[in-house]
Design a protein around this ligand. Structure first.
Ligand code: NAD
Ligand code: WQD
Length: 342
């Protein structure tokens, strides 16, 4: 019998790549999403990649009645991967209630329904933003979490605290929080990838849209940081590497290998790249000369953020394998496919 897993936010960018990896590993996946930031056609594209069209329900997971019926119908699931969230950092600063309401209520509803249906295993999508402005680099999981610089980021920090509180008293909950650094790139098939609505907030889609002529110019936010070339440094990782980590983390949960019922893992390559490094890689792999200029620093940005991913390597046997060049080329190929209707 195939094990069933529930993937919330499953038609989204990381959720869809993760669904593919779970299907390929023989899991029976059920996706749930309200489609507020993704498209239902992702299901057909997952089928083109894997040969299987996952079960899907369109539900706003802040609606507890509908969430309850959904969990009741899937009480035989062995776990939940909780991706569903709003993630636009800038919007969260302007509309904090929208972000706290959505991201925290999704989590509370998921946790409550897992408990009611006796579903134990949870993987939560967290973020490197929980480290705030770090004192030490590279960042290990031992580093103190700090007040994130946005309400979005704070929903991740608060969510981790909620899960941890619950694991202290719950008889059954077994949770892993995965702290993603900067996922970019797309699936090799070029059937799924990141498709932001409107003007992208993140660097990589802004680069590919500029190269595609959709945006006139990339603005580099700050060239006066205390970094080798003055631009800010991040730990970019390929979304397919990231997706694979979820399968390994889930296998750790279901085989009861966790050392405690709340574990956290950094997911990054461990290498920091500056904005200019990313642009140089993009220009090298695609042969395109990118139109960019320097602008002032963006509020809330930290100068440098990169991981020490050793804990994930030791405990999950996970390591990011794809390089920055793989990531920038894959992002560009996806952008082209997206514009050509996949
Ligand atoms: P995404 O927007 O592509 O996917 C999230 C999905 O959640 C979307 O399909 C959206 O429609 C759905 N959703 C939002 N609110 C919902 C609701 N109330 N009910 C049901 N579905 C809802 O984002 P992503 O990049 O795939 O991110 C997945 C998760 O990873 C999120 O929790 C995000 O905060 C986290 N994360 C992302 C990044 C990143 O850079 N992409 C980095 C760190 C953490
Ligand atoms: C990367 C670098 C920018 C756009 C955010 C969230 C984090 C996580 C990942 C989660 C920074 C610079 C960007 C542009 C630029 N999200 N940049 N010009 O800010 O590291 O992380 O996404 O869901 O929580 O905070 O990622 O891609 O926005 O920026 O110069 O037009 O690129 O200043 O140094 P960030 P990013």
């Amino acid at each position: 019998m195939k094990q069933k897993i529930i993937i919330t936010g499953g038609t989204g960018y990381i959720g869809s790549h993760t669904a593919v990896e779970f299907i390929m590993k023989g899991f029976n996946v059920v996706l749930v999403d309200d489609l507020s930031n993704s498209e239902v056609s992702v299901l057909d594209r997952i089928q083109e990649i894997t040969g299987t069209k996952p079960l899907f329900e369109q539900i706003d997971l802040t609606d507890n009645n509908r969430t309850k019926s959904f969990f009741n119908a899937h009480k035989d699931a062995s776990g939940v991967i909780n991706f569903a969230a709003l993630k636009a950092v800038g919007e969260s600063v302007k509309k904090p209630i929208k972000y706290y309401h959505n991201n925290i209520n999704i989590l509370l509803n998921v946790l409550e329904n897992m408990e009611n249906q006796g579903i134990s295993n949870l993987i939560f999508s967290s973020s490197a933003t929980v480290y705030g402005l770090p004192d030490v680099l590279p960042i290990t999981e031992e580093n103190q979490t700090k007040r994130p610089t946005s309400p979005y980021g704070n929903t991740k920090k608060v969510a981790e605290e909620i899960i941890e509180d619950l694991t202290k008293v719950s008889e059954s909950l077994n949770a892993i929080s995965l702290r993603y650094f900067n996922p970019i790139g797309a699936h090799d098939s070029l059937k799924i990838g990141e498709a932001p609505n409107g003007i992208p907030n993140n660097l990589m889609p802004f680069i590919t849209q500029t190269a595609a002529g959709i945006r006139r110019e990339l603005k580099i936010f700050g060239n006066d940081y205390d970094t080798p070339d003055g631009t800010a440094v991040r730990d970019y990782l390929h979304v397919v590497d990231l997706a694979k980590a979820h399968v390994l983390a889930f296998e750790r949960l279901i085989s009861n290998q966790s050392k405690s019922n709340f574990e956290v893992y950094n997911l990054g390559t461990g290498t920091g790249y500056s904005v200019l490094d990313v642009i140089n890689s993009f220009e090298k792999t695609t042969g395109i000369s990118l139109n960019y200029s320097y602008d002032k620093r963006r509020d809330g940005d930290v100068p440098q953020l990169y991981s020490n991913p050793n804990k994930a390597q030791t405990n999950l046997n996970w390591k990011a394998l794809l390089t920055l060049d793989d990531m920038t080329l894959s992002s560009w190929k996806w952008e082209q496919n997206l514009r050509n209707g996949y």
